[in-house]
Each structure stands twice: as C-alpha cells, then as structure tokens.
Design a protein around this ligand. Structure first.
Ligand code: 4AD
Ligand code: MG
Length: 477
C-alpha cells in the first residue's frame, strides 16, 4: 500500500486502490466525515468512517486537531464538495487533541487571537497558505541569484560595527547585567566582555557583503537582521529577514535594473507555482476588506495586482521631482499630510511614499538621488555635492520595500563623510581598507523579505507573514 501526501493523492487519484494518509483533523461531521489535512496544500481529503465498525473509544478521539493515520480505499465521492474520498478500513489516532482545550476550531478566528496561538496557527488555511508562499518566495530568491552568477554570502549575525549608523541595535553581551565591570571613568568596561569589545546583533550584512563583492564580484545575503526601533507598526519587526545583493562594477542604474528584474522574477515564480494558495488569499482579502470603507480597499484583487506588477515597468523618479509632486499635491495643500512637505531636503514619511505610489503614479516607484543629509554615510556623493546615489523601491500598500545605493568607493570622499558624521574612523578601518586596495564602483540594495511576503499574500500585518514575530514587548514563542 502506498502512503501519500494529500496533495499528491488528490492529483494522482488512484481510484479503487488502498492508500495511506497521515494528517490532522480539520473537522469531523456526523460521526462519519473526517476532513484531514497534512499541510501539503489547502485541500483536505474526506475520510469516511463507518462508526458502527469503529471502537467507541477511538471514535471519541477523532476531534479537530488530532493527528491520524488512515488506511482505506480511495473511491469517487458521492457527496458534493470533493471528487474523491477514502473509505476508511483502519484508523489510528497518533496524537489526540482534547476538544475542550484545543483552541483552533473550524471557524473564523481573528488574526489577533491567532497571534496569541502562534504555535498552532499554522494549522489554519490562511497561515498554511502564507507560509507555503513564503517558502516558495525564499526558493525563488536563491534560484534567481544562483542562476545569474551571484554567490550566497553568509554575513555575520554578531557584529562590532553599526552598518546603518542608526544606533538602534540589540547588544550582545555575557557581562553580568546587575554589576558589569566598570572602567576608571565609571563606564561599562566592554574590554572584559566576551568579544573584548561592544557587540550587537547586525542591522544589515551590507558592509561585510561589500568586502566579499570585492573578491567574488556579485554576492547576496539572505538572513535575519535585527533592529531595536520601538516602532509598533504593521510594517516593522525587531527581527526580520533581509536579502542584500552587492555587486562590483555596478552603478546606481544597474542597481535599479537588477532590483526590478529580481522582484519581477520572484513574483512570476509564485504566480507559476502557488496558484491555489494565492487564489485562496485573494478571496480572504476580498472578504476581509468588505468590512472597511470602499476607498481604503485594495485597488485590485491580489492576483491582478501581482500580474500588474510584473507586466508594467517601475516608474523611476528623482527625489527632487518627487518633492515637487508632493509639494503641489492636494493633501499637502489641504494640510492632510501629518508631515507637510515644504522644503527640499525633507525626509519622506510613509504617507508621502504611499501618495506617490498609490495616488500619483499608480505603480511601483523607484525614487533615487536623495539628499545626502537623510541617507547613510556610505552612499556615493553625486557631482552636485548635495545628493547621493540612493534608491528606494516603493510598493503599493507597503511603501518602502527596498533600500539601496551606489556605494562611495573614493577613500577621500568617504573619510570626509565619516568625519562629518562624527563616526570614529578606527571603527571602520577594514571598511576603509576596501577603498585603499582595488576599490571599484559598486552598488547593492536590501529587500525586506517580510514586506515582500506581505505584498505577495495581501496580509495587512507583518506579524502574520513570519512564523514567530518579534516586536516590542513580544517574544513569547
Ligand atoms: O533601507 P534599509 O535600512 O537598508 C539597509 O539596511 C541597507 N544596508 C541595505 C543595502 O543596501 N544592502 O533596509 C532595507 C529594507 C527596507 O527597505 C525594508 O523593506 C526592510 O529592509 N526593513 C524592515 N522590514 C521589517 N522590519 C523592519 N524593522 C525593517 N527595517 C527595514
Ligand atoms: Mg531604507
């Protein structure tokens, strides 16, 4: 007898043969019909038991959430809603689930409730669909780079440098929190810490990736990154996954071309391979949005939106052009932005990014050539002396999904910038070395993986696209 994953069983449909499946009960009706799911797809297999031939004690254990092993004959279904079903000969309860305690019932649960049950929520259709799409996206990321001459580079997770100069990092230490060793001047003496210096969880693998691009040519990272910003939004996590390609001999325009081709390719991949899950997620979103006002709903159903993204070029606009558009925009004139735009040099908030993408251009936008003052120290200074070769990719419903730049490869210019920002040159000695030995123009970007998963699945909250989210006040699981 052959043991099947349920998705294969439904696809192959070996009628009149004896088959075996294992999975979890989604529902049990009329003491007769078990809907069994094993995670292989959204589809359950209906297993029909003859309750007269089954031990009373076993029957009592067939509850939602229980794990079963089932053997029986596969036949055409007489009922509606499924083409085939298993007529059960043998049933073993591998792991019972107490129906009075198991929290995931065959009904609609709120996302908030399910976040509190993050260890069990994967047994719902929504989370299983999201996580299968997430897995496919991760595969597509590797496939794209591996097929295009990039090497997978593992950036360190514990670092001694602050890549973004943002200072919002999680410290890594083995010092006693109650009485850390102090220096003569009364500060914590990190020389006595595990690494002999202050260390943190990385906010980005970029600086290290730059070193490797200078030997391997094109590399990419794909790993966890950490930010201790206290932002409780639907787009921020304290621990998220980032993909950071870094390319020698690329200028900013090559960088934008790559970002666009890369994103289009991975979205195409899930359209090709995750049709069923995406259709389910599209319906879920339409249902959910029925409860909100018309003007707040998505402009397009999920699949149409994904198709639209891959078939229309991203609009490329300089920061300066964007500021003009924003300054003259209706919401700005009517005082409807929380942060009004009046001067060149203003940092763009997500309300501005979303106006540009969702109201003005109606397509993904790549903004580039930002003021130096609002971007990181490593970005290459333009000839105008006031803008840098930065680029952000902005997506409808999400805002910034990619941040990147051409890097400053000139030692003297980089040193000046570092001095200007009061960063200690000694901290960056090895990064400056890269500008001394065989320095070349190079570029890269970071794609926030969860924001991409959010976009691809239509999930409104970033906490629902990563298995166990880490956010302020929350690391339960
Ligand atoms: O724009 P960011 O900060 O860029 C960098 O870290 C560069 N070092 C990348 C590079 O050039 N190699 O972050 C890149 C992306 C953002 O566009 C966003 O999608 C995501 O990372 N991101 C977050 N995602 C979830 N939660 C957070 N707290 C995030 N912060 C950034
Ligand atoms: Mg950014």
């Amino acid at each position: 007898m052959k043991s099947y994953r349920i998705s294969n069983l439904i696809e192959e449909a070996p009628l009149d043969q004896k088959v075996e499946v294992k999975g979890w009960v989604r529902s049990f009706r009329s003491n007769r019909f078990i809907a069994l799911n094993d995670g292989s797809s959204l589809k359950n297999i209906q297993c029909v038991v003859d309750f007269e031939n089954i031990d009373e004690a076993v029957l009592k254990q067939i509850n939602t959430g229980a794990a079963l092993q089932i053997q029986g004959k596969l036949v055409e279904s007489q009922g509606r809603g499924q083409a085939i079903e298993i007529h059960v000969d043998q049933l073993e309860v591998i792991g019972p689930a107490d129906p009075d305690e198991y929290p995931i019932q065959p009904k609609k649960h709120s996302m908030e409730f399910l976040r509190e049950q993050a260890h069990l929520r994967i047994r719902t259709n929504t989370f299983a669909a999201v996580m299968r799409v997430r897995s496919a996206l991760a595969f597509a990321v590797h496939q794209y780079f591996q097929q295009n001459g990039f090497y997978y580079f593992h950036a360190p997770i514990i670092t001694g440098s602050d890549a973004e100069g943002a200072g919002e990092m999680f410290r890594v230490t083995t010092l006693d929190p109650k009485s850390p060793p102090l220096t003569d001047s009364g500060e914590v003496d990190f020389k006595q810490d595990f690494f002999g210096k202050e260390t943190n969880l990385t906010v980005s693998g970029q600086l290290e990736a730059e070193a490797y691009a200078m030997g391997l040519g094109n590399v990419y990272t794909f790993g966890p990154t950490f930010r201790a910003e206290n932002s409780n939004t639907s787009r921020h996590l304290a621990e998220f996954w980032m993909i950071e390609p870094e390319m020698a001999f690329y200028d900013l325009h090559d960088n934008m071309d790559l970002a666009e081709k890369f994103i289009v390719s991975i979205i195409q991949y899930i359209l090709d391979t995750c049709q069923e899950d995406l259709e389910f997620l599209e319906k879920r979103l339409l249902d959910e949005e029925k409860q909100i006002p018309q003007q707040e709903r998505s402009a397009m159903p999920l699949l149409e939106k994904l198709q639209f993204i891959i078939s229309n070029p991203f609009k490329r606009v300089t920061y300066t052009e964007a500021i003009d558009i924003l300054r003259n925009s209706k919401p700005n004139k009517k005082g409807r932005f929380q942060f009004p735009i009046d001067e060149w040099g203003a940092d763009l908030q997500s309300e501005h990014e979303r106006y540009l993408v969702e109201k003005h251009f109606n397509c993904p936008v790549i903004l580039y050539d930002y003021p130096a003052s609002i971007k990181a120290f490593y970005m290459r200074l333009n000839e105008d002396g006031k803008t840098v070769r930065a680029m952000d990719v902005l997506f409808p419903g999400i805002g910034e999904i990619v941040g990147g730049s051409q890097r400053e490869e000139r030692l003297d210019v980089l040193k000046e910038k570092i001095a200007l920002l009061d960063i200690d040159e000694k901290e960056l000695w090895w990064y400056l070395d890269l500008r001394k030995f065989g320095s070349v123009p190079h570029s890269g970007f970071g794609l926030g993986f969860e924001r991409l998963v959010q976009f691809a699945t239509g999930m409104g909250n970033i906490r629902d696209v990563i298995p166990f989210p880490r956010t302020p006040q929350n690391a339960e699981f």
